[in-house]
Design a protein around this ligand. Structure first.
Ligand code: ADP
Length: 392
């Protein structure tokens, strides 16, 4: 960091099992300096992949923010990392076995490579820690919640947090006065009811498998389907869970693709199961949007974000048609033109509809920058103390 100014470089790291995404920002200007999305080669170790990324970025980094999928109820906010925090994170890794262990491995390797700078974790679940028990408890014996933390946690929190603030700005209203329904529609899909700037309910659950139909995930099903399938197909729970996570959703119904673009094409060519998959996708989103109109006792705005939400005018149009009962009227022209952040409801629509490109990384960089400030003053104070004691 430049000691004569407060400007610094924040690296945002998102480690997945098959790829690592990163963005390097200058803060507080929020200028993007460098970015990448590196896939892991079949015979490449995770460590080798990270090493190559760190070589590319170099050592001119002042702070690092790490995306962590599951924070359970231990982390209602982003947190500076130390051994105690890492131990607590490890204690909840079992809640997200596909994600948290690789997130943690990324952190350990990054700390080895950049030992002298502050690191922080930003959790997908934190934003949803404001949900009331009526939203987060499952109707199973309470002991399973108290003993094993089995409850709804919700995900995509960093994205919902970013778009809600942008929505308030776009609507020219204070966030504290708004009820919003945020639809993050990418490969993973989650819908969140936001009440006065806080998550009130959300569609994903203990894991990101719950809620609406997704690219390859089933969303909600009757849990009794699982043992029934195990018996009928002669398979184990792991295989059924793999099927629900990777072979279901749009891909499973259509038998063609998990990508909405492919399905719009094949459905247009008359492929019946592609049409069905799209109809189901819309229907499940409808269910949750309707549910959240009820949970919030009405909503002031609906937000569309992520790959599909930002890019597919057709899907947005289909989701909003049939919501006129709730005062939702889309302006066809505004919906179809442009890719940037904008209102797409008609000027007379009581409920506003917005497209807001998400930016989870900038939220992470801001959190890191905020968190590191007191630490920096602490280090600086200690440095001057050390300097004083050295002199004496
Ligand atoms: P992830 O959940 O993997 O982070 P993204 O938010 O990046 O996903 O969204 C990826 C998905 O967005 C792709 O699977 C694709 O279906 C969808 N997508 C991207 N561009 C378009 C588009 N122009 N029209 C419809 N869908 C799109």
């Amino acid at each position: 960091m430049d000691s004569t100014s407060t400007s610094c470089k924040v690296l945002v790291l998102n480690c997945g099992s098959s790829s690592v995404k990163y963005k390097l920002y200058e803060m507080p200007t929020e200028r993007l300096l460098q970015e990448g999305n590196e896939r892991r080669e079949p015979d490449q170790s995770f460590q080798a992949l990270l090493d190559s990324i760190f070589r590319l970025i170099g050592h001119d980094v002042d702070m690092m923010a790490h995306r962590v999928v599951h924070g359970a109820d231990l982390f209602p906010e982003s947190v500076l990392l130390n051994e105690d925090v890492l131990r607590r994170m490890e204690s909840i890794s079992y809640l997200a076995p596909l994600h948290n262990p690789v997130n943690l491995e990324g952190i350990r390797l990054a700390q080895l490579h950049y030992p002298a700078i502050p690191h922080a974790a930003v959790f997908d679940t934190s934003f949803h820690q404001t949900m009331p028990p009526t939203s987060y408890l499952y109707s199973i014996p309470y002991e399973y919640y108290s003993k094993h933390k089995i409850r709804k946690y919700g995900f995509h929190g960093t994205s919902h947090r970013y778009v809600m603030q942008r929505a308030a700005d776009l609507m020219g209203m204070p966030l504290e006065k708004l009820r919003l329904i945020s639809c993050h529609i990418g490969n993973g899909v989650s819908v969140t009811a936001i009440r006065y700037g806080q998550s009130y309910d959300t569609s994903m659950g203990l894991t990101p498998l719950a809620g609406v139909t997704m690219g390859t995930r089933s969303g909600n099903i009757d849990p009794a389907v699982i043992p029934y399938l195990e018996r009928l197909e002669g398979v184990g729970t792991e295989e059924v869970m793999h099927m629900l996570n990777h072979q279901s959703g749009l891909l499973g119904i259509s038998g063609v693709s998990n990508d909405i673009r492919d399905l719009l094409k094949t459905a247009g060519e008359g492929h019946e199961r592609s049409r069905l998959a799209l109809d189901m996708f819309i229907a499940k989103l409808h269910q949750y949007i309707g549910l959240y109109f009820a949970r919030l006792n009405g909503a002031d705005g609906i937000i569309f974000t992520a790959g599909v939400g930002e890019n597919s005018a057709e899907i947005r149009e289909r989701i909003c048609s049939g919501l006129e009962f709730a005062g939702v009227y889309v302006d066809t022209e505004a919906n179809r033109s442009g890719h940037s952040e904008r209102l797409i409801s008609s000027p007379y629509s009581p409920t506003k509809v917005m497209v807001i490109p998400t930016n989870e990384e900038i939220v992470m960089a801001r959190d890191m920058f905020q968190l590191a400030r007191p630490a920096q003053s602490f280090y600086m104070a200690n440095d001057s103390l050390a300097a004083v004691s050295n002199e004496s």
